[in-house]
Every structure is written in C-alpha cells, then in structure tokens.
Design a protein around this ligand. Structure first.
Ligand SMILES: [Cu+2]
Length: 157
C-alpha cells in the first residue's frame, strides 16, 4: 500500500518543477552539479528534507550516466580538506540534510557522458524507509546552483 503511494508520487514527478522532487514525506530541493568531462568524476549537491515524523536515511544513489555513485562527507583537518565515504546519510524527522560544497556530497564516479552547463544528470535515490526518488542534478556554470526562474521574495518555502 505504502509502496503503491510512493510509486504514484514518483510518476507525478515527471511534470514537477526541476528545482524540487518529492515522494511521500521526502523532498529533494535544488539538486545541482558542476561541469565534468566524461571518464572523470562529477558531483551532486542538494538539500534533503524529511517532512515526516520518522527519521530516514539516504542509503543508495544510482545514476545511468555514472559507473557508481558514492556519498561522501567532507571535513577540514589541519588545513586539508578530506573526504570520507558514507554508507548512509541520515535525514532527521522534520529536518533537513544539506549536500553542498565542503559538506556531504555525491560523487558520480566514471561519468559516461560529459556534463555541460544546463545539462541534467539523472539519479535515483533510495532511502532506508524504502522510498525511491528520481532526481535530476542541473549542471551549473558557476560556483553555486543555477538560478531558478524569478522567485518571488518571500514565496520560498
Ligand atoms: Cu567526495
């Protein structure tokens, strides 16, 4: 029953705006990436929001354009940025977890296609709850996420 609801939510996604993807009580906000050449490693950034009453965790990420996708944490230690592979990344009940530069991030290892600004890197996120979410990381030309079409001040969540 729950699975059927999630499947229905995912189907609706096809028509959803690019800046947010959701399934059940989970939402992925502003997924973005950076330009990268085929054969190298790309990145994936986003904000995971859990609107539910139970904690959840991102457990697996797959992309049809990467050999594999890893979840990493970043930390500064003695002036050097180090990365550590994560088996899962928790998203607290009613909370958010940010994937961004210098924080958690996805690494799209072994890209099978070059990512140019404006391209979309598709991926499927699988959570501990069983929820699966298809997202598209929009490739930005700059150092931050690509601008979203004219947001009205105060209209953002
Ligand atoms: Cu990394």
């Amino acid at each position: 029953m729950k699975r059927a609801l999630i499947a229905a939510a995912v189907t609706v996604l096809a028509a959803a705006p690019l800046s947010a993807f959701s399934a059940g009580t989970l939402e992925v906000l502003q997924p973005w990436s950076r330009p990268a050449v085929a054969g190298t490693t790309g990145v994936g950034y986003m904000v995971l929001a859990n609107h539910g009453r139970s904690p959840d965790a991102l457990e697996k990420v797959e992309s049809p354009i990467a050999a594999r996708v890893e979840m990493h944490s970043s930390a500064m230690a003695g002036g050097i940025m180090t990365m550590e592979k994560q088996d899962k990344v928790a998203v607290p009940a009613g909370g958010r977890t940010t994937f961004g530069p210098g924080a958690y991030h996805l690494m799209l290892i072994g890209l099978t296609k070059t990512l140019n600004p404006g391209d979309r890197a598709p991926a499927t996120l699988t959570f501990a709850s069983g929820a699966r979410l298809k997202v598209a990381f929009v490739v930005s030309a700059g150092m931050g996420p690509p601008p979203v079409a004219a947001p009205t001040p105060g209209a953002n969540r």
